[in-house]
Design a protein around this ligand. Structure first.
Ligand code: URA
Length: 194
């Protein structure tokens, strides 16, 4: 389906060891020159940087995970913006296969999803985020075949949700600390649960 806003493409190295997959870009991402994922408020919350007022944000990713953004392949399940809307099922059906294709093309060791829609799509599960947050799973959904191949998928609550709901800040930090432990090999993945 066409959008009046520019498509926000994947960003970062195509041989990255870590991929970050969000839900869909916000308006700020479409305004980037060029459009880039996670450069709006949620992106600042996550990856840090300077805001429009010249204030610096430390970024939870840097604090807890530490892998530089420049080494991460970053994108979204749905790469188009629609005002104030979560991805609809038809959009995920339409764009999801391209996202899976990108995961196969890059072949990362770890895929970090942000938000329930991305987690549920990648892991083909209906489980709620409070159960999924920070729990590493073997990513096994490759072209409809379930196998025990890498990468490891780690769902984390969305930084935009943590911005809206102060109580979710702890959940975001908890999810990202678990990402660090999974990267260090001290938190073992499970098989996707229904
Ligand atoms: N920006 C993105 O690129 N993706 C999100 O999911 C949220 C903000």
């Amino acid at each position: 389906m066409d959008s009046d806003y520019p498509f926000v493409p994947w960003d970062g190295p195509t041989d990255a060891r870590v991929m970050v997959i969000g839900e869909r870009p916000g308006y700020d991402e479409t305004r980037g020159r060029p459009p880039r994922p996670f450069i709006g408020k949620a992106g600042l919350e996550l990856f840090g940087g300077w805001d429009d007022r010249g204030d610096y944000h430390a970024g939870h990713w840097k604090k807890w995970v530490g892998v530089p953004r420049e080494e991460v392949r970053v994108g979204n399940v749905v790469p188009t913006y629609r005002h104030g809307e979560n991805p609809a099922p038809w959009e995920i059906d339409e764009w999801g296969p391209a996202c899976l294709h990108e995961v196969r093309r890059v072949g990362p060791d770890y895929v970090i999803t942000f938000g329930a829609h991305a987690a549920r799509y990648l892991l083909q599960t209906d489980l709620p985020m409070d159960l999924l947050n920070g729990c590493p799973h073997w990513y096994t959904h490759i072209e409809g075949v379930w196998s025990s191949a890498i990468p490891i998928v780690i769902p984390v609550v969305h930084p935009a949700y943590a911005l809206r709901e102060p109580g979710q800040q702890d959940a975001l930090a908890e999810g990202l600390r678990a990402v660090r432990r999974a990267l260090d090999g001290t938190l073992a993945p499970v098989r996707p649960l229904g």
